[in-house]
Design a binder for this molecule. Structure first.
Ligand code: SF4
Length: 719
């Protein structure tokens, strides 16, 4: 790596899963600038609008306005919190968790963490819940982001391991982007796509998305499929490939199983039926099938349009089926590559920080895996009862089953679907702890105890991006106020709990004084697993970010998986998934005649706790609105900018309507970012709620348990 000056620190952008390298400039303990790291293979020096303004979000003025600077305790709900010291805060937390676990069992406690935590933070949270307390009730906002991708990979390829990498963009002849507006959600990756298309003018870009997004606008072929019809589309493409003889029979015979069962399903998916079910032209289906199957190398990139769905696993699997049927995998430029929403959703999966996983891609449901993790942690066992996933956890708290909620680095009071249930959960839980860098989130308002955490520019550890690349996150400046690193807060809490549970310090499960010590334990847990990184070290990561796997003796990480055609399944063969197309959880009907879809803006991030502090990031879109097709507005007599009331079964919000030719008729779009300071709503029961998730449904995929945040049936009326 190119050396940096003493006043400069290499780190990683904390926003999306592209995982761009940054160089932080600092002076006198303050961040003074940021630029892209030319040596980082995710971005080669480029940054998008969000990344290039990171230093402005780290200013002392913003720290004073928006940061949580000291532990705060609310003596009673509704009262203003008062500052208390760390020792008092952590003693209070340990006492209350210990009492709740003793009186009601450990499953009365739930931890809800974040894909924005570092791998080290995630690891100790997981060990605290599953190892020390004995509950699998730890889930994360990655459940809202990538769990369908995880389930899709495991169902078809046998492991949660994205097979392709960013380099494949430069070598692909056909790019198939499904359910992703990469131009806005993953801007630096999209720049790479633009460059690759310039360098390889024959490359075809197909985009499957109901909306004509900026990504779809730039495509050679846009497939504006109806919301929820993705499996039908993918099966229809496979039907055509079979009919035309574009599948790779030799590769299928050598490396897969289950093709006959899938063929029986796709037999019914004729071009006529698929065109009608998806709202597409037959000739476009033929073009897409031909380009995908006959290109030298086809790479698929996909994101929340597939994942945030009540049939998200089936959508992921049906797309991977296409790669298996055409042998478009395990070669340069070919394969499925899920784009991670958050910066470290991958790291969280690696340490098993979800309710159904264990360390190093082990499965909670597997007794041998539980025994391996118990042995690694020096415990007789880890609990077998499946933990509650995100939606289930908040429902259990609303029902009184979970009594303590510990929330770290995420804002469920805005980001979870069906906000009314989440608000009831936060109100009913007897102890709510929020561990956060920012004091301004809606969830902070519900906390009994607020614990100030460090954030970008201050944190130390690692993250893993969409292409399995582990990068160092390094501190450039000291934390403001009394903020502490997330892993440190968990370790301090864990040691207190251990003393209350009668564990002596010499047997502590948390013998760490540095994030590197945590990471080294995580590294050991990967030995012999698909993501084996036992050949890697912090020292090697100091030199350059590396992809996993990185076993002992490796000179570098592996860019691409399954090049030998062997898959991590019992038979060594990839599995076709004979999934059936499923309807939307909530199809539109005469009472709710519009499909509402949600998504990102280019210049905002999640609930805007960081990007919302900068006026310049409101330049692209200044305020919330609902985008509608001009015909729909005309038919209802709605003028541009006029206020409309948008109502689903769960609640309603009022906001201006704007005409957008990108919107198909009978569909509308609201960006996900706007919180209560911009967009309030009311539940069907009259509670005041925040943002678009006043409307969304918590119906989830039965396999991945990822909720259908992308679609709700609504009606739109003049306010
Ligand atoms: Fe950060 Fe993503 Fe932008 Fe890269 S593309 S600078 S990781 S927000």
């Amino acid at each position: 790596a190119v050396p940096v000056r003493p006043s400069e620190t290499r780190s990683t952008c904390p926003y999306c899963g592209v995982g761009c390298g940054v160089i932080i400039e600092s002076a006198d303990g303050q961040v003074t600038g940021v630029r892209g790291d030319p040596a980082h293979p995710a971005n080669f020096g480029r940054l998008c609008t969000k990344g290039s303004t990171l230093h402005l979000t780290a200013s002392p003025a913003i720290a004073r306005q928006a940061r949580l600077l000291t532990p705060m305790l609310r003596d009673e709900r509704g009262m203003a919190p008062r500052a208390i010291g760390w020792d008092a805060a952590l003693d209070q937390a340990a006492d209350r968790l210990h009492r709740i676990a003793r009186e009601h069992g450990p499953d009365a406690i739930g931890f809800y963490v974040s894909g924005q935590l570092l791998t080290e933070d995630y690891y100790v949270f997981n060990k605290l819940a599953k190892g020390l307390l004995g509950t699998n009730n730890i889930d994360t906002n990655s459940r809202l982001c990538m769990s369908s991708a995880v389930a899709g990979y495991k169902l078809t390829l046998g492991a949660d391991a994205p097979p392709a990498c960013y380099e494949d963009i430069d070598q692909a002849d056909c790019l198939f982007i499904a359910g992703s507006n990469a131009a806005w959600a993953h801007p630096i990756l999209y720049r790479r796509i633009e460059q690759a298309r310039q360098a390889r003018p024959h490359m075809k870009l197909i985009v499957a998305d109901p909306r004509r997004t900026e990504t779809a606008e730039g495509a050679d072929l846009h497939l504006p499929l109806l919301p929820g019809s993705d499996v039908m589309l993918f099966h229809g493409l496979l039907h055509i490939m079979l009919w035309e003889g574009w599948t790779d029979a030799a590769w299928i015979a050598a490396h897969t199983e289950g093709f006959e069962a899938l063929k029986a399903v796709v037999r019914e998916c004729t071009p006529e039926r698929v065109a009608q079910a998806c709202g597409l032209r037959k000739e476009d289906l033929f073009t897409a099938a031909r380009w995908f199957a006959t290109a030298q190398a086809t790479l698929s990139l996909y994101c929340q349009g597939l994942n945030q769905s009540s049939s998200g696993t089936a959508k992921n699997a049906a797309l991977i089926n296409l790669h298996l049927a055409t042998g478009q995998i395990g070669r340069p430029g070919a394969g499925p590559l899920s784009l991670t929403g958050q910066p470290n959703a991958m790291g969280g999966r690696e340490v098993g920080g979800l309710a159904n996983l264990l360390s190093a891609h082990r499965d909670l449901a597997n007794p041998a895996h539980r025994a391996e993790v118990a042995a690694l942690w020096g415990l007789p066992s880890v609990p077998a009862t499946p933990g509650k996933t995100a939606v289930e956890m908040f429902q259990a708290a609303a029902d009184g089953e979970i009594r303590a909620l510990w929330i770290a680095c995420t804002n469920p009071a805005q980001s979870m679907p069906d906000q009314a249930t989440v608000r009831r959960a936060l109100a009913r839980a007897e102890f709510v702890v929020v561990q956060e860098a920012f004091a301004t989130t809606a969830t902070c308002e519900a906390a009994d105890l607020l614990l100030p955490a460090t954030t970008w520019g201050e944190k130390n550890g690692t993250v893993t991006n969409s292409e399995r690349r582990i990068s160092r996150v390094r501190p450039a400046v000291p934390a403001p106020g009394e903020a502490r690193d997330d892993w440190r807060i968990v370790v301090d809490l864990g040691r207190r709990l251990e003393s209350r549970m009668g564990r002596t310090p010499d047997r502590s499960l948390f013998p760490y004084d540095t994030p590197e010590a945590v990471w080294n334990e995580h590294r050991e847990s990967t030995r012999g697993r698909d993501l084996d990184i036992t050949g890697l070290s912090y020292a090697l990561l100091e030199q350059a970010p590396q992809q996993w796997p990185y076993p002992p003796g490796a000179a570098q990480g592996r860019a691409r998986l399954y090049e030998d055609g062997v898959f991590p399944t019992a038979s060594g063969r990839a599995r076709f998934a004979a999934v059936q197309p499923q309807p939307l959880a909530e199809p539109r009907n005469s009472r709710f005649p519009f499909s509402l879809t949600t998504g990102r803006l280019r210049d905002q991030w999640h609930g805007m706790s960081r990007t919302g502090t900068l006026g310049r990031l409101f330049g692209q879109v200044a305020e919330p609105c609902i985008e509608m097709h001009p015909w729909d507005m005309e038919r209802q007599g709605i003028a541009a900018g006029e206020l409309v009331q948008v109502t689903s079964k769960r609640g309603s919000i009022v906001l201006p309507a704007q005409p957008s030719p990108a919107q198909p008729a009978a569909q509308a779009f609201i960006a996900m970012h706007w919180g209560s300071e911009f967009l309030t709503g009311v539940s069907a029961g009259g509670e005041v709620l925040a943002g678009v998730n006043a409307l969304t449904t918590s119906a989830f995929c039965p396999d991945s348990r990822q909720p259908e945040l992308k679609h709700a049936a609504v009606r739109i009326e003049k306010a």
